[in-house]
Design a protein around this ligand. Structure first.
Ligand code: GUN
Length: 287
């Protein structure tokens, strides 16, 4: 069994991103990311702090905009419109979830699609659907980068994604499909979930329910990717997968923490770099 080391893979990606950032800076462009946080959700605060730290580590500029919990939607939209017009800000991210009185469906489409480093704007979602994209949701992109780092073939294999969120499950299914996986997308209403997951060569768990995936739901030799970050009863971070049980059957498995999480962080930097290149050097073809 191979333990997938997300921290090590992320460190390699970060070194490459830092190198590419230095090259952009030498050409007069410092990639800039604006992060908007509304309210004081403690988990969101940790995520936003990490984003700023990652940007500083790799030489990107980051700006934080912290709005109060009761901020009016108009205020948030005005801020997004201002950032859309700023030439030195190449990426804009609105940390989710938003307070209940704010309408995500109105806020996310206000971001300029070229600066939408989460790839949550309907335009970018559509591009992912048709397989013609440059900005890609960070967590699914991180999962694909982990599969690549460990030489795991997707083509023709049974890929089961558990969880159908817009942030992870749906785009994850699309990315696996574009790599020619045979994809099944499961969710809370799926009947006989274990029968489906037991057919998976590659199993991606992204529900947010600790202990959902037990060892007997994992095929012998499967690749198990645990996207979730749940707080266990003792306050420790755990995924959706019962790690010890699944590890006894898997060929490869991600730990929580130290698996997908670091890759999600790094993919935000990658998207910001891509967005900066597209905006500043539109005639150059990016990889
Ligand atoms: N909240 C949890 N995950 C994410 C993410 O990937 N992007 C944003 N903007 N908010 C999140």
């Amino acid at each position: 069994m191979t333990l997938i080391d997300g921290r090590a893979v992320a460190a390699r990606h970060k070194a490459e991103i830092a190198r590419e950032t230095r090259a952009l800076v030498a050409r007069g462009v410092t990639p800039g990311l604006a992060v908007i946080i509304v309210g004081d959700d403690p988990a969101s605060r940790v995520y936003v702090n990490n984003k700023k730290k990652d940007c500083a580590h790799c030489g990107l500029l980051s700006e934080e905009y912290a709005l109060p919990d009761d901020c009016a939607q108009e205020e948030l939209l005005t801020l997004i419109h201002t950032l859309n017009r700023r030439a030195d800000i190449h990426g804009i991210l609105v940390q989710l979830p938003l307070p209940a009185h704010l309408d995500e469906k109105a806020v996310l489409p206000a971001i300029d699609p070229a600066k939408d480093v989460d790839a949550f704007h309907p335009y970018n979602v559509g591009r992912i659907m048709i397989g013609d994209f440059d900005l890609v949701p960070c967590t699914p992109a991180g999962v694909m980068a982990l599969l690549d780092a460990y030489g795991i073939e997707v083509r023709g294999r049974s890929c089961v994604v558990v969880g159908r969120s817009n942030i992870v499950g749906k785009p994850q299914a699309m990315l696996l499909l574009h790599r020619h996986g045979t994809v099944t997308l499961c969710h809370s209403r799926t009947e006989n979930l274990a029968d489906v997951t037991r057919r998976a060569d590659i199993l991606v768990a992204a529900v947010g329910k600790a202990g959902l995936i037990t060892g007997d739901m994992v095929k012998e030799g499967a690749v198990v990717i645990d996207v979730a970050m749940n707080r266990g009863p003792d306050g420790r971070l755990v995924g959706d997968v019962r790690f010890d049980e699944a590890a006894a059957r898997a060929s490869h498995i991600t730990p929580v923490p130290g698996g997908v999480g670091p890759m999600t962080r790094v993919m935000l930097l990658r998207n910001t770099l891509t967005a900066a290149r597209r905006q500043c050097f539109p005639d150059e073809v990016c990889p």
